[in-house]
Design a protein around this ligand. Structure first.
Ligand code: ADP
Length: 516
């Protein structure tokens, strides 16, 4: 029947629709970001995504509505995203600009990225300038070495400004447009050279106050005789000298000798000696059960020595890695057995002790600026103490970000205001504590390990935070998020953090049996 045929044709044509893109939404800047889309068309259009003229995804047929999802996008993902929907009746395309993160700041172009200019005069000038810059640097270096500060235990750098104020501002924008000098090139996988622009780097001013707490008189620094210190073996390498296990005589009234850790400073300049003395005064004044015990100094001769209590299990980062799921005890290069893995109660116990040390530091109005597991020490019976008031830049050099050629900053532990304005406060220490929690629950992973330093700066300043580690209870991650509030005043208070940790510990069975 022709009527029936016409009827079916009409029905068929009614349902045939060429493709159209009815929604293509600009991505919002969130943790996991997506470009939402809705397409129409009958038969179902085939979808293709293009980014920078390259096919990104091909032949998605089942989606009429959906999301092009990005996991942790950075500025590298910024750009135009084009969706093409095709069926045999036609095609439709639509483009949206995905802006995920801003570029952190202009990084001085490296030699490879600079376009070579075929201009003899320009090249000659550049070479002359470079040679001149090198000569100036050598001269500067000589003067700094001869007359400059050489602080073993404080943040330092050739452009260091010693300031009495805690919250000195130095906007990160100063980093922009650094003058490239090959002499400052310090290439490394995680190192970004940002030229010789002078970023005022503030040494921790608290190291340079006589008696950081005005109400408390400076305690007398104990002097230990060199003949009373017998070095036994090397424990590690500090930023400015070796750390040794030693036996120390006549230190304790009850024992005739005891094990200690000694930090050495070789060939100090006069300025370095003064810094050493101030550092010793500071350490003498900081006394708490969760701050590593400082016994005194030995300054009769070379090297200068600081004597600390010996913490048997070394630094907490190493300890966490050794007690994580990937840890193996190797005997002759062969895996023997896994060492005991830390459980939840032990992790909480570690965290609460660091919080205890921090409560004390805050009560002394001491801002640490470099709280991280590498700067905590582990003793017998899972006793944990904040153990380093300097910077452990050598062994853990990838944890620090080199600015201005010399100064290293622990950006992965720093909040946005410290990165952007060099503002360090008790609240910025709380942010770092959140990162310490994350380190503990990842068994010592490096925060943002998947990102290069400039990307980390970008992520932190744009408001992204670390992901919840596997096995981390929600309550603990909420605590981390409480430490990572953008507004310093909104962050949790360290006392409240400790209370929360105690509450969680009570709800968790305690098995502190893995260590002797
Ligand atoms: P610096 O502050 O000069 O960079 P560190 O304090 O980081 O030096 O010490 C380097 C290493 O020496 C640490 O990673 C740790 O393994 C070991 N160490 C430091 N102090 C002690 C201590 N009191 N007890 C045991 N080991 C220590």
């Amino acid at each position: 029947d022709p009527n029936i045929i016409v009827f079916w044709w009409c029905c068929y044509l009614l349902f045939l629709v060429p493709p159209s893109i009815v929604k293509l939404k600009e991505p919002e800047r969130r943790h996991d970001t997506c470009i939402e889309f809705t397409v129409r068309g009958s038969p179902h259009p085939t979808l293709q995504w293009f980014y920078k003229d390259k096919v990104l995804l091909i032949h998605m047929t089942d989606y009429i509505e959906g999301c092009l999802t990005f996991k942790n996008p950075t500025h590298h993902n910024n750009g135009n995203y084009t969706l093409k929907a095709t069926n045999y009746l036609g095609e439709a395309t639509s483009t949206v600009y995905g802006h995920f993160l801003n570029k952190p700041f202009d990084v001085t172009p490296t030699a490879e990225t600079q376009k070579p200019e075929d201009h003899t005069f320009g090249v000659t000038m550049a070479v002359c300038l470079a040679v001149f810059a090198c000569v100036m640097l050598v001269v500067l270096f000589f003067f700094i070495n001869k007359y400059g500060r050489h602080s073993k235990f404080g943040m330092k750098g050739p452009v260091a400004v010693i300031s009495g104020e805690e919250d000195s501002a130095s906007p990160l924008h100063h980093v922009n447009h650094g003058i490239f000098s090959p002499c400052t090139l310090e290439a490394g996988p995680d190192t970004v050279v940002i030229g010789m622009t002078q970023i005022p780097v503030i040494e921790n001013p608290q190291y340079f106050r006589h008696g950081h707490n005005c109400n408390k008189p400076t305690a007398y620094v104990q002097h230990i005789k060199r003949r009373d210190i017998i070095l036994k073996r090397e424990l590690g390498e500090g930023a400015f000298g070796k750390v040794f296990l030693a036996e120390c005589y006549n230190l304790s009234p009850t024992k005739d000798k005891m094990l200690v850790a000694v930090k050495t400073l070789k060939d100090p300049t006069l300025a370095a000696r003064k810094d050493f003395q101030r550092e010793a005064e500071l350490l003498t004044n900081l006394q708490h059960e969760h701050i590593v015990k400082f016994y005194g100094v030995c300054v009769d001769g070379d090297p200068l020595i600081m004597v600390f209590e010996y913490m048997k299990h070394g630094d907490l980062n190493k300890f966490l890695r050794a007690h994580g799921p990937d840890a193996m005890i190797l005997v002759d290069g062969q895996p023997l057995q896994t060492s005991g893995e830390l459980g939840l109660s032990q992790m909480l116990h570690i965290a609460s002790q660091i919080a205890g040390g921090m409560i004390y530091l805050a009560s002394q109005h001491f801002v640490h600026r470099d709280l991280a597991t590498r700067n905590c020490l582990v003793g017998n019976g899972l006793l944990v103490k904040i153990g380093d008031f300097g910077m452990s830049r050598d062994i853990y050099s990838t944890d620090y970000y080199r600015v201005g050629g010399h100064t290293m900053l622990p950006i992965r532990w720093m909040p946005p205001e410290s990165i952007m304005y060099r503002k360090f406060t008790t609240e910025s220490d709380v942010w770092s504590f959140g990162v310490i929690l994350w380190e503990i629950f990842t068994y010592g992973k490096q925060p943002w390990f998947q990102l290069a330093n400039n990307e980390v700066i970008e992520c932190i300043t744009q408001g992204r935070v670390l992901e919840r580690p596997q096995l981390c209870p929600k309550e603990v991650y909420d605590m981390m998020l409480g430490c990572w509030q953008r507004e310093p005043q909104q962050r949790l208070n360290i006392k409240d953090i400790q209370k929360m940790l105690f509450t969680l510990m009570k709800a968790t069975p305690v098995y502190l049996d893995i260590l002797g």
